[in-house]
Design a protein around this ligand. Structure first.
Ligand code: URA
Ligand code: SF4
Length: 209
């Protein structure tokens, strides 16, 4: 059984977790990814980030930089957070799976969805991050994060933007993944999708303000 569970340090801190995750080879994705992309918070706020955002997995640019949400999805996320009135310094950003999974040959690396086995293998890192930071609000960006934390039956389309009770945080809110907005078929659809995403993040802003 592949799982990162045995690698989780005893009485974990952020620094201990990050260091341990850097050497993780618990599932095959350590070979496709260049490096472990662990969660981070830019502003290093005290006593801790009140909002934790959870994506799917690092993309091409995140894989190169070693930092989550620094590519196109991340820029859109920053824009939406600002529109919703959420301070980036209050936010910790991470992913369900910590290594980039891709297919293709040559320089173009095409994002590939992580399997249930890979998600399950990597989940102990996310669980430990949540325990260390104890965010007030946990935001699942897309179905991968939502189903990993809320169960396979969870449907983002049905429950997006609603404050949900869960074991993970005082409140959990699920919404779409920013990449789904980037994939919108035309500018009007994109604008509507962005508006709906910002609306969901406004629910989060209401909870923390
Ligand atoms: N998409 C994600 O889910 N996470 C990232 O870090 C970047 C893109
Ligand atoms: Fe470890 Fe997660 Fe990377 Fe798999 S994806 S090797 S479980 S850090």
């Amino acid at each position: 059984q592949t799982t990162a569970a045995p690698l989780i340090p005893e009485s974990p801190t952020y620094d201990k977790l990050r260091k341990a995750a850097a050497g993780c080879q618990a599932c095959p994705l350590w070979r496709t990814g260049t490096q472990t992309v662990f969660g981070e918070s830019e502003g290093q706020p005290r006593p801790g980030p009140r909002v934790m955002l959870v994506g799917e997995q690092p993309g091409d640019q995140e894989d190169r930089a070693g930092r989550p949400f620094v590519g196109p999805s991340g820029r859109l996320l920053d824009e939406a957070l600002e529109a919703a009135g959420i301070d980036r310094a209050q936010v910790y950003v991470t992913n369900t799976v910590k290594h980039f999974k891709w297919t293709g040959q040559g320089p173009r690396r095409i994002h590939a969805k992580p399997t249930t086995t890979e998600i399950r293998a990597c989940l102990p890192w996310l669980e430990a991050e949540i325990r260390v930071f104890r965010p007030d609000v946990l935001v699942c960006l897309g179905a991968t994060a939502a189903q990993a934390l809320l169960g396979k039956a969870f449907r983002v389309t049905q429950s997006r933007g609603q404050p949900l009770a869960s074991e993970w945080a005082r409140v959990v809110v699920a919404t779409v993944h920013p990449s789904s907005i980037l994939r919108a078929p035309d500018p009007r659809a994109k604008e509507a999708a962005l508006e709906a995403f910002v609306d969901d993040l406004r629910q989060v802003a209401r909870i923390i303000h």
